[in-house]
Design a protein around this ligand. Structure first.
Ligand code: LMR
Length: 401
């Protein structure tokens, strides 16, 4: 027998986030809690099927539509609705045809197609991501052939932003450097820039001729859909170009449907047309075109004022429940460990909290208490509920004592 062609393939390390879910599933402890992956669970510990999605699905199924291919850039109506959500329904900009949107396979798909576009078509060589950033940013951009660098972001001493150092780094970047920024609910820290800090950052982006790439995967989980989208609108006011990846995994609880969008703002309508033609080529040679169902679900909700209002309501409910869990966790820990101050958890936004737990403490939490967190100390607060929050508070208190 000849040697297998794959005999030299090495075992890859498991994914720092999704790999934890695999470990979690094999844990037999009935009290186990997965605070690893960024998934919202309801108070009964289930991933919700939103009522607006359920109703939209019934409408879609009742039509018994045939399933031909979608256009390469996806569902046209969906793409328009994504723009309305990101840029505002009354946005003048949308009438200029400078922005094009493509339906993508989740926010991750948008990041990849956007990265391919910037590397292969625009000729960018480097991207700067925050330190720290979502664990997958590094891999996505380097797989696209970009050199991935970091700018200072989080200061563990203050549990805030290392803003002076961030500004210093951004000011030193070369023209056409891509800067990846989290538009709201920073993943993994939960710490966002203030409105004044965003003004300073956008000014630097303009002065230095940088290419802003906004990742917005948690719109609606910070303050509101509108407030969380303010950063997107700020960039469109000041900059000539903008790349945005957005995701509906969390806000519609449609994780496995892989539904997101890539929007690119060009200098003119003509330029946008050329950009779109290139995006289509990239998508076609990658996965050809996106699936129908996920785009139809989001389209059906966003295009119907009643379903949309219901969605906003359900999203508000998720956001408020997370806030309550932040408060409960911090109050419990204050009681259990009078010396430890976890009140910062209530200030952070979105699904995540950078807990300050060390890698050793995270491992202890997992091995001794079956509470799973990312090794960086990131915990998904959206996985806490009224039944497990005491157990988790107790476990955290035991590992930090
Ligand atoms: C996360 O950060 O946990 C989520 O965005 C899920 C993922 O794909 O990593």
């Amino acid at each position: 027998m000849m040697n297998s062609a794959f005999s030299a393939v090495e075992l890859a390390p498991s994914d720092p986030i999704l790999g934890l879910t695999e470990l979690f599933k094999s844990d037999n402890n009935p009290n186990k809690v997965n605070l690893g992956v960024g998934v919202y669970y309801d108070d009964n510990g289930n991933v919700p099927l939103l009522s607006c999605v359920r109703l939209a699905e019934s409408k879609i199924v009742a039509k018994h539509r045939a399933r031909s291919y979608q256009p390469i850039e996806g569902n046209t109506q969906y793409n328009k609705l994504v723009q309305t959500l990101l840029f505002g329904s009354d946005s003048e900009l949308l009438n200029t045809n400078r922005i094009i949107t493509a339906q993508t396979l989740g926010g991750t798909g948008a990041l990849k197609v956007g990265a391919d576009f910037l590397r292969q078509i625009v000729g960018c060589s480097d991207v700067w991501i925050s330190d720290p950033s979502w664990a997958n940013h590094q891999g996505i951009f380097s797989n696209a052939g970009l050199k991935v660098n970091v700018y200072p972001y989080y200061d563990p001493n203050t549990r805030g932003i290392a803003f002076d150092r961030m500004v210093e780094q951004l000011k030193a970047l070369p023209q056409q450097a891509i800067v990846l920024l989290h538009a709201c609910c920073h993943n993994p820290t939960g710490v966002d820039l203030t409105a004044d800090q965003w003004q300073i950052v956008t000014d630097i982006v303009v002065d230095r001729g940088l290419i802003p790439f906004l990742d917005i995967a948690y719109q609606g989980f910070g303050s509101s859909l509108d407030e969380d989208g303010a950063v997107v609108r700020l960039f469109t006011e000041k900059c000539q170009n903008l790349v945005i990846s957005n995701s509906f995994s969390k806000s519609f609880s449609l994780y496995g449907e892989r539904i997101g969008g890539l929007s690119i703002m060009s200098g003119t309508a003509g330029e946008a047309k050329r950009v779109q033609s290139q995006l289509k080529r990239l998508i076609r040679t990658n996965y050809s075109s996106p699936p129908i169902h996920s785009g139809a679900l989001v389209e059906t909700v966003l295009a119907d004022s009643e379903l949309k209002a219901q969605w906003v309501n359900e999203l508000t409910g998720m956001r408020e429940r997370i806030k309550k869990m932040r408060l409960d966790l911090s109050t419990n820990i204050a009681k259990l460990c009078p010396g430890a101050d976890f009140s910062f958890i209530t200030q952070q936004k979105g699904m995540f909290s950078y807990s300050g737990l060390t890698k050793e403490q995270v491992i202890k939490l997992r091995e001794e208490h079956s509470v799973y967190a990312v090794e960086s100390g990131r915990i998904c607060v959206a996985a806490l509920n009224s039944q497990n929050v005491e157990f988790v508070s107790d476990a955290i208190s035991k590992v930090i004592l």
